[in-house]
Design a protein around this ligand. Sequence first.
Ligand code: PGA
Length: 320
Amino acid sequence: MILPSTMSYRLSDSQLASHITLHQLQVFAVAARHLSYTRAAEELFLTQPTVSMQIKHLTKAIGMPLFEQVGKKLFLTRAGDDLFITCQEIFERISQFEMNVADMKGLKRGFLKIAIVTTAKYVIPRLLGSFCKSYPGVEISLQVTNHSGILERLTENKDDLYILSDVPNEPDVKSHPFLFNPLVVLANHDHPLAKERNIPIQKLAELPFITREAGSGTRGFVQKLFDTYKIMPKVKMELGSNEAIKQAIAGGLGISILSRHTIALEGASGQIAVLDVEHFPIPCHWYVIHLANKQLSVVAQTFLEYLQTEGKQIAEDTSW
Ligand code: PGA
């Protein structure tokens, strides 16, 4: 294979490469992540002196301190910080390569990191179940957080794929619509409005309202609709969890607006009713997004395609 000229280098061009080992970099990266030799030793099933020794050799080869101790706390030096970023790139490339090789061998195996908004946790873990059955060699890490948490993780390039409704309007993000995520007005089953039809939206301003926390995507969509119709809700409570809001509704504390998926399991027979309010549902969609310049691993690409197929199936099977 002929390498492009920009890539044609000889290993001997790097003085450092012949003096350090991947294992040392691995130990360093874990210690840098934890800012602790002890926790790195625990994670790597090594002794603390071994971790210390590996980092000492690495520091000597680099010729600059990688950590500094201030009081009892360990910090990365500028060189340490730079090396930590370099390690992340090296290990990501190695893991990509590993997955590509597994794919060449006809095996789908590797690691898949996904971060999803809180409402999507009513759908994604179940889909992961059948995905993992088809690809038992795939290990999954799933983080559940709110909209602003997802954006933070995306900026820090922490995961392969992200699922959310409100796609950031940025050129370096690629998005793929995945599933309808209607936001509906929820109330206790015994609520006087539960049997009414076509309730005027202004009525919502008269009822005690339970809202999601700042940074929630659901809250953002609700706010936009309320702004459009100049609704000033009587906020009775702010809660950071869909489940807690459902419990508060069931307890008769007020109404709220959440994803229809949050009550999919309970169905119409549950304690929570969907109110028929004009301009509802708010027609949101979940999207699978990723950084445009991130080369998706074979596993991430396979999961993305799987989500799109399953999304179509769920949409066909759902009556709302
Ligand atoms: P949230 O996001 O969990 O932050 O409310 C919901 C969404 O993006 O669909």
